[in-house]
Design a protein around this ligand. Structure first.
Ligand SMILES: [Ca+2]
Length: 143
C-alpha cells in the first residue's frame, strides 16, 4: 500500500517499503517523470540494484460524476459538468464535441447553447498527460 501512496505523491525520491536490517535486500518503488513506475530491489549495504519491474500508466481518466442535462431549450445556455479522476497521472485536456458543428469546448465544465431543435450526440473526451484518452457520450434533446 505504501507503494501506491508513493506513486500518487509522484515523488521522484526513493521510498523504502520496509525498513531494512543490515545486510538485507529491500524493494524500492520510484515514480519517474514520464509516467513510469520503477520497482527495484536494492542491497542496503552495497547499494547494488536489481530491476524487478517497470510499469506504465496506460489507463485513461475515469468519469467519477457528471451533470449533463438531457433536455434543453433552443438558445438556452446550459452548463455541462464532469469530474474526471486519474489515480496514476495528471489530467490532460478535456474536450467536448457538442454535436452541432460548432467549435469544441475544453475543460471539465463548459457552457453551450444549441441554435436549432433536434437530438444531438454530445461527446466528452478526457485525456491524461500521457495521452491515454476515453470518450463518454451523452444525448441532448433540444426543444
Ligand atoms: Ca492515466
Amino acid at each position: 500500500m505504501r507503494a501506491v501512496a508513493a506513486v500518487r505523491r509522484r515523488s521522484t525520491e526513493p521510498v523504502d517499503l520496509v525498513p531494512p536490517d543490515p545486510g538485507q535486500q529491500f524493494v524500492q518503488v520510484v515514480a519517474d517523470n514520464v509516467g513510469g513506475i520503477v520497482i527495484v530491489e536494492r542491497n542496503w549495504d552495497t547499494g547494488a540494484e536489481h530491476l524487478l519491474a517497470i510499469a506504465y500508466d496506460a489507463t485513461p481518466p475515469r468519469l467519477a460524476s457528471s451533470t449533463v442535462p438531457t433536455q434543453v431549450t433552443v438558445g438556452e445556455t446550459v452548463q455541462l459538468r464532469t469530474r474526471f479522476v486519474d489515480a496514476w497521472s495528471d489530467l490532460g485536456v478535456i474536450t467536448w464535441d457538442f454535436g452541432d458543428g460548432t467549435p469544441p469546448g475544453t475543460g471539465q465544465t463548459v457552457t453551450h447553447a444549441w441554435a436549432a431543435r433536434g437530438t444531438y450526440d454530445v461527446e466528452v473526451t478526457a485525456a491524461d498527460v500521457h495521452g491515454n484518452a476515453a470518450t463518454t457520450p451523452f444525448t441532448i434533446t433540444v426543444q
